[in-house]
Design a protein around this ligand. Structure first.
Ligand code: GUN
Length: 289
């Protein structure tokens, strides 16, 4: 392996020390509420990890579990109650939601000043027009990881693969905004000849939800590769019966890249860290009112 490993666990640990100190310095305890609808195993495992991280940072966390049969109105009612609850500074609705619930209707019900995911139309719009807002956690974590890898984004060509609202679109906006100053190409499932774009990139961010989207022959020597994927591959030799792989062929890309994030231990821990960061920031703002 030629590439340097970009260690999300290490950067997270450093940032979480700062966050815990920030929590300890506040008179009010920051509170995060997570709404989980149904029992999607990946979602359950994310939510469990978020709760553990809150406890370790000295934050209050509340989990609201609803059955997969819950109606949209029931989920919106839970969000509305949390909007009014002074112990809660951050509200997160774990996505995806069951198909009969409109995600945008639920997300739009979150008070923008408690939207620590940065998913509401207000915060997503502010990001687009360059106003201060809660930054979405995974894109924010990715920018921090690129900085941590010592990669200057100014003047660089970043290629983002995937156009989701959670990762692709916001990370493209963050890399292109003033201060980051990358030139950004946004590729997606309808892009013909993806390799033509990725081979031209100094930084490649892959968020497609599809293993092996990026292989070693698709990148330029020395490129920085950020793998956002978390895919469960059946593996009877593992205690849980599966292993996690990203969207990137790690072994192949690590031969060619200058630096690369592993899965697990790359982007994943940073998402939760930036969620804690936003929750602390929200509690600070509420305390200052
Ligand atoms: N599902 C996958 N990633 C995320 C995330 O960052 N936030 C929420 N709410 N749901 C997700």
């Amino acid at each position: 392996m030629g590439a340097k490993l970009i260690d999300g666990k290490e950067l997270s640990a450093r940032l979480r020390v700062e966050i815990a100190a920030g929590v300890a310095a506040l008179a009010t305890r920051p509170g995060l509420a997570v709404i989980l609808v149904g029992d999607n195993p990946a979602s359950v495992s994310y939510v469990t990890a978020k709760e553990r991280a809150c406890a370790e940072a000295g934050m209050y966390s509340r989990e609201i579990r609803l059955p997969a049969s819950a109606t949209e109105a029931e989920v919106v009612a839970q969000v509305a109650a949390l909007n009014r609850d002074d112990a809660i500074h951050g509200i997160l609705v774990q996505l995806p939601l069951p198909r009969h619930i409109r995600e945008q209707a639920v997300v739009a019900a979150i008070a923008p000043d408690k939207d620590v995911d940065g998913f509401t139309p207000v915060n997503a719009g502010k990001l687009m027009i360059g106003e201060e807002c809660f930054l979405p956690c995974t894109p924010h974590g990715i920018v921090k990881l690129i900085e941590f890898a010592g990669m200057e984004t100014q003047g660089k060509h970043a290629v983002v693969v995937g156009r989701s609202n959670i990762v692709g679109k916001p990370v493209a906006a963050l890399l292109a905004r003033k201060g980051a100053d990358a030139t950004v190409t946004l590729c997606h499932s309808a892009t013909p000849d993806l390799a033509r774009f990725t081979r031209a990139a100094d930084i490649v961010v892959v968020a497609t939800g599809r293993p092996n989207t990026l292989t070693g022959d698709m990148i330029k020597p020395g490129a920085v590769v950020i793998d956002v994927g978390v895919n469960r591959i059946p593996d009877p030799t593992r205690p849980k019966g599966f292993r996690l792989v990203g969207d990137v062929d790690f072994a192949g890309c690590a031969e060619v890249a200058g630096a690369i994030t592993p899965v697990p231990g790359g982007v994943g821990p940073m998402t939760i860290t930036m969620l804690l960061w936003n929750t602390l920031e929200s509690a600070r703002r509420h305390a200052a009112r």
